[in-house]
Design a protein around this ligand. Structure first.
Ligand code: NAD
Length: 501
């Protein structure tokens, strides 16, 4: 393979991560795949191949799960003390920091995301998440309980609970925030003493493979972290594997549904972090200096490829024209170009197929009679670029209002009355995020109470922190990631009863 670009500005470490072949990380070793061979991964800014990655099959899935099982049941891992796990996680965070620039460059080349984004989110947020979860390692605590046991008079009992790691976790991740999602799966595993097999998205596996190498360097015992690569069949084999105790999945609602159907009959634990169609609501009293750029970047951020992208905009009628004009002005001025170019404000979609799918949605909206305020066409370039789009005038039932597009496509609607618009704000099958832009406490409070979403942003959109639990309502998911809730989902309760007399 020879690289289509010479990537002259890349660091030495980032360059050495490209134009090479990757094996599977199983039981602390790099292993060739059992049978299926290798597949290419691409740079969407020109469409050329940049590396070749192992395609795992069921034999490899078996080997990875067996390594994770062994490490959980018998390795040094179950005997490691909480403060040792904490120190190890902090060491890993430091190693990610030391490799930060190379990791963000690799992520940008593989995903098309902007360098400032991969620096701040994929690298920066990963480090913060690891440090946050490291702190929990030494604070996992059960309870003691004074018991009544009314049918045993004259005897005294004390109850207690211990929180035990859930076991072998399958961590399956999407392509839109690759390193960060892998760390979301890894950090609570390490904090609680579980083990994990991570299966990154087929489009963007490179930084997760780099993470495996850094785990090795940090001294994570063999088998505690395993990384296998390949497509949805690999994920499906992992989900179905009888020795996997818990599935932590982030991806589409369609895949989440398939996973739940396989996991539920086996009584496996699962967390599903799924798609969204998040509303942005601008009330009559909103501060437009905040709300207009807020609404624009809610959909333009990460090229609309965010699960919480603010893809439906509801604006009070008195402000509608000003907001639409303001958002359009920002979107039209966006400089589109490669993620590595510091002048770019929007990079390519993750690949050409996805770019075409997003464009087809815009075309469908036009055919349905919507007026296209701006954009919606591809860019004359070999890269997977498109211009962001804004459509007005679609009925609430239209697919563009109801379905996740996962690109920079916004649909907007005016409303007269906040209470009346809530039916439409809540009127999709999703319930991931939502934002309200207002200066009035009552308006904000009523919105917060009534909106069906796992996270509500007030005068901001899509702000995440490892301390804040994150998870979707309705068809946006099951369970929560991050925060204490994300940690707790990797633990199970074992209760004890002591007879004292
Ligand atoms: P996807 O569902 O196609 O794939 C996600 C991952 O699951 C990939 O690794 C894929 O190989 C694997 N997979 C697919 N089908 C599977 C199956 N049946 N069994 C096991 N594994 C399977 O999603 P994608 O296109 O990679 O990512 C985009 C989606 O992810 C969007 O819907 C987005 O909203 C969602 N997402 C959600 C969150 C969140 O936290 N809620 C965050 C990021 C992305």
């Amino acid at each position: 393979m020879s690289l289509a670009n010479d990537y002259a500005g890349l660091s030495e470490d980032a360059r050495s991560a490209l134009d090479r072949r990757y094996e599977l990380f199983i039981g602390g070793e790099w292993r060739a795949p059992a049978a299926s061979g290798y597949h290419a991964v691409f740079d969407p800014s020109h469409g050329g191949a940049i590396a070749s990655v192992a395609t795992a099959d069921e034999t490899d899935v078996d080997a990875a799960v067996a390594a994770a099982r062994l490490a959980f049941d018998e390795g040094p891992w179950p005997r490691m003390r909480p403060h040792e796990r904490e120190a190890l996680i902090l060491r890993l965070a430091d190693l990610i920091g030391a490799q930060g620039e190379a990791l963000s460059q690799i992520e940008t080349v593989n995903s098309g995301k902007l360098l400032p984004n991969t620096r701040a989110i994929d690298v920066g947020f990963s480090i913060t998440t690891l440090r946050y979860m490291a702190g929990w390692s030494t604070k996992i605590a059960g309870k003691t309980l004074d018991l009544s046991v009314p049918y045993a008079p004259g005897m005294a009992f004390t109850g207690f609970t211990r929180l035990r790691p859930v076991g072998v976790v399958a961590g399956i991740t999407p392509w839109n925030v690759p390193l960060c999602e892998a760390v979301f799966k890894l950090a609570p595993v390490l904090a609680t003493g579980c083990t994990v097999v991570i299966k990154p998205a087929e489009q963007t596996p490179l930084t997760t493979l780099a993470l495996a190498r850094l785990c090795q360097e940090a001294g994570v015992p063999p088998g505690v972290v395993n990384v296998i690569t390949g497509g949805r069949e690999v994920g499906a084999a992992l989900v179905a594997h009888p020795d996997v105790d818990k599935i932590n999945f982030t991806g589409s609602t369609a895949a989440g549904r398939q996973i739940a159907a396989v996991a539920a009959p086996q009584m496996k634990k699962y967390n599903l972090e799924l798609g969204g169609k998040s509303p942005v609501v601008i009330a009559a009293d909103a501060d437009l200096d905040l709300a207009i750029p807020g609404a624009a970047w809610a959909i333009l951020g990460n090229h609309g490829q965010n699960c919480c992208a603010g893809s439906r905009l509801y604006v009070h009628a008195s402000l509608f024209d000003r907001v639409i004009e303001g958002v359009a002005e920002i979107a039209r001025a966006v400089r589109i170009g490669p993620g590595l170019d510091p002048a770019s404000q929007m990079g390519p979609m993750v690949n050409h197929a996805h770019r075409d799918r997003v464009l087809a949605f815009v075309e469908e909206g036009r055919r349905a009679g919507a007026s296209l305020v701006y954009g919606g066409e591809s860019v004359a370039d070999p890269g997977a670029y498109l211009n962001p789009a804004l459509l007005v005038g679609l009925p609430h039932e239209n697919r563009l209002v109801q379905e996740e597009i996962f690109g920079p496509v916004l649909v907007a609607e005016r409303f007269e009355e906040m209470d009346a618009v809530m039916a439409r704000v809540n009127g999709t099958s999703y319930g991931l995020g939502a934002s309200i832009w207002s200066r009035d406490f009552e308006t904000i409070n009523r919105f917060f109470d009534r909106v069906e979403a796992g996270i509500v942003w007030i005068n901001n959109h899509n702000t995440l922190d490892p301390a804040v639990p994150f998870g979707g309502w309705k068809e946006s998911g099951v369970g929560m990631e991050l925060g204490e809730e994300g940690l707790m989902s990797h633990l199970r309760v074992k209760a004890g009863v002591v007879c004292r007399a």
